[in-house]
Design a protein around this ligand. Sequence first.
Ligand code: ATP
Length: 492
Amino acid sequence: MNMDVVVSLCKRRGFIFQSSEIYGGTGSCWDYGPLGVELKNNVKRAWWRDNVHLRPDMVGLDASILMHPAVWKASGHLDHFTDPMVDCKACQRRFRDDTLEGLAWVHYCPATKGNRFTVAAGEPCGHCGARRTLCPECGKGELTPPRQFNLMFKTFMGPVEEDAAVAYLRPETAQGIFVNFENVLQAMRLKLPFGIAQIGKAFRNEITPGNFTFRSREFEQMEIEYFVNPQETRDGRPADEAIHEEWIAERFAWYQRYGIRPDNLRLREHAADELAHYAKRTADIEYRFPMGWSELEGIANRTDFDLRQHAKASGKALTYFDEERKTHVVPYVIEPSAGADRSVLAFLVDAYREEEVRGEKRVLLRLHRELAPLKIAVLPLLKKRPEIVALAQELRTRLARRWVTVYDDTAAIGRLYRRQDEVGTPYCLTVDVKTVGDQEKGEGGDGRVTVRDRDSMDQIRVPIAELETVFDRLLGEGDWAEVAAAYPRTTA
Ligand code: ATP
């Protein structure tokens, strides 16, 4: 599938807009619109519930974005958080040296009187056999030798712009957890192994951002630092290695639990020469994005690197007292580090379907019901009947106390259904003439409304008094076929 289709749907239906668009946009910064903010909140809420509330061994944290500059010295970010950057001497475009081979390149081919071709990434020219040496975008300029470029955004704290007050926007949320290790341990009286989770903004001055929200300069991370006693073993293996395996399996299953198709997920082990300087082992969960397999989440064994570094730099003991062995230990850390924005993008891409229904195209987001931005849409079949409109609005107000429910009467019913399908609303509820009856003809209503399922397009008639019970099941653990079996079907 094509990324442009998702980008266009996101803009048209209020999921994601380019930041500062009326001014031409800010490079790789994105704004979540009315539906996008609901979707992203739902992703974060599901992650938080599953990883914090449902686990007895996890607690949460919300650390500040601006931290003491010494944090970034100790963590290695000041010295090592760099990408090799090259500039085109002609067009001044900037590239990451290590991604150049992955770009298609413009070539003025001498074998064809200098005709301009775009050659596929990593391939030689089909006419002259040359490989790329110049700028891939303009095809003319020489590239500078690579320079290391630090990805942290720098700013100044306090009223005076002087070196002493330099601060950085955090490039990852993890360090907020490490520097609070002792605070959380003492306050919560935790026993190893335990984890601290955090969701928050991170900032990276990426050199070649792109692919929609996949690589943004401002983004949100959902990170866990899970602390393990390195002296312990599990089934004869060091505990950190065994627990690392458990987290990889758990996180891999999590995406599938919320609807990602297993064929679109894979694990990729980092090779030894690719491992970060602190990591003993890292496995990435990759998703098959429209531009190819790319990282959705990294799960690293960071060993005791961070706690040791901060202990050394701050002079504070960041250790845990092992009662059993009567020794102080520096815990090892397993870090499942996910991106909220990349997750949202993967859930959107994976949910997107185009189907043909009675000769017409139906666009549908098969989002998991917990992630869908809107849960119920209440639709009046006839806008000109005040009793229908009044009842539909009353039902919206009633259901909105429990679930995100909207009312829409701005088109004919078929159109209204399509609009809800396109944004992934799992259920539509329609109030029609049969519901309210016809006073003039002396006909009473049946007090039932039509409930329509997004995926099967099946419809049932449900008594108004039972709506809460039905949606409790439909938006909870119940499944459509089982709930629908208790009610008459309708095709109207
Ligand atoms: P990449 O190799 O794609 O640059 P990374 O290995 O630098 O990613 P990590 O430092 O492991 O990424 O960050 C953990 C997670 O944070 C990533 O798996 C991703 O989901 C998210 N993330 C990192 N950088 C960005 C970004 N620029 N935009 C959006 N999400 C990001």
